[in-house]
Design a protein around this ligand. Sequence first.
Ligand SMILES: Cc1cc2nc3c(=O)[nH]c(=O)nc-3n(C[C@H](O)[C@H](O)[C@H](O)COP(=O)(O)O)c2cc1C
Length: 388
Amino acid sequence: MNATPPGWIRDGCSIAAMRLLAQAALPRPVFDFADGGAEDERTLRRNELAFDDVDFLPQPLRGAPTRDLSITLFGGTLNLPVIIGPTGLAGLLWPDGEVCAARAAHRAGTAYCLSHGSVCTLEALAETRVTPRWMQVFIYRDRGFTRELVERAAAAGYGALVLTIDNQILGSRERDIRNGFSIPPRPDLRSMMGLAGRLPWLWRMRGHLRHITFGNYVKPGDSAGIAKLAGRMPSLLDPAMSWADVDQLRMMWKGPLILKGVLSPAEAERAAKHGVDGLIVSNHGGRQLDGAVASFDILPRIRDAVPENVELLFDGGVRRGADVVKALAMGARACLIGRPQLWGLAVAGEQGVAHVLEIYRREIDRVMGLCGISRITDIGPDLLVRRK
Ligand SMILES: Cc1cc2nc3c(=O)[nH]c(=O)nc-3n(C[C@H](O)[C@H](O)[C@H](O)COP(=O)(O)O)c2cc1C
């Protein structure tokens, strides 16, 4: 389902402005679920602020008339170094939210990563045939279920597998607690306050709300009831996962294997030795361990720790094309975005996400032009100076 975006978002507005539009469109508990972080939200804030510690050192005299924003990744080409990261329950923000966001990514020529906790099943997304398409999983106490998900992702033709390692114990998202919002959300959506003024969202979601569930967890023949899944979910994940699990996944999955949630240079170095193809330097957007280092602050040390053949991806607080260019200069191949694509989704479904990606594209292009850079591969550490 699509919508015509409000006139003034067509010609460009900032990601921050999209956030405000999303806030106005969503009931408060839903907005806070997507927007919030763990505890005091220090890591969430620090993720965004860390980019301010470096400035550009432009060389306009080496400029070119046009810029090429494409990158190569796992043997393919993306038109843009911005990928849509996995975010659970995107279908709560817009009907068929995951499908809408994946279509927007496809149109922009970039990759979409489906969350374990998507409302639609991984097979339903695969039926749309949008590519590149990645699948994110966890390590479950029942390793048979991990295997099952991996096999389903392979059968459905997903191009890469993302193992998230920083979510085995759920962070304390205090906005959700205050709002009475639980993950998964309570089936009784009357508990959601603040619906006044959000009637378009309610109207749009009217046939969908009772189907909101974690699609990938519903066994054939089971009721899809989110209440049942709600009780089971926290006990499914295994906090005692280990490198042996990474090895198991490596054996099961033939395509690119990516670890998400890596912050320690030592862990990054070790991952390379376990045959992992890519790492996502990430603190889950500050939603898990509050006080964890900002992704941008640790990125250079991780770059130094891993061999060149391990693709380094990055997420956390990327709100401007300039942030993307800074992360690339510090050694990332591409950035993932979490919240910004959800804000786009909340504002105008597929069109809103397309618009968000277009904002990044234009901003990256402008920054590169102003810095005198014509190709992404020319972005290096010499582009930045660190503030005293
Ligand atoms: C609402 C929401 C749900 C998320 N769900 C998942 C998830 O299911 N799996 C996962 O690996 N990361 C999940 N994340 C984390 C994102 O993939 C990403 O690491 C983070 O949002 C990046 O930070 P940013 O939001 O500042 O871009 C979620 C993030 C948000 C905001």
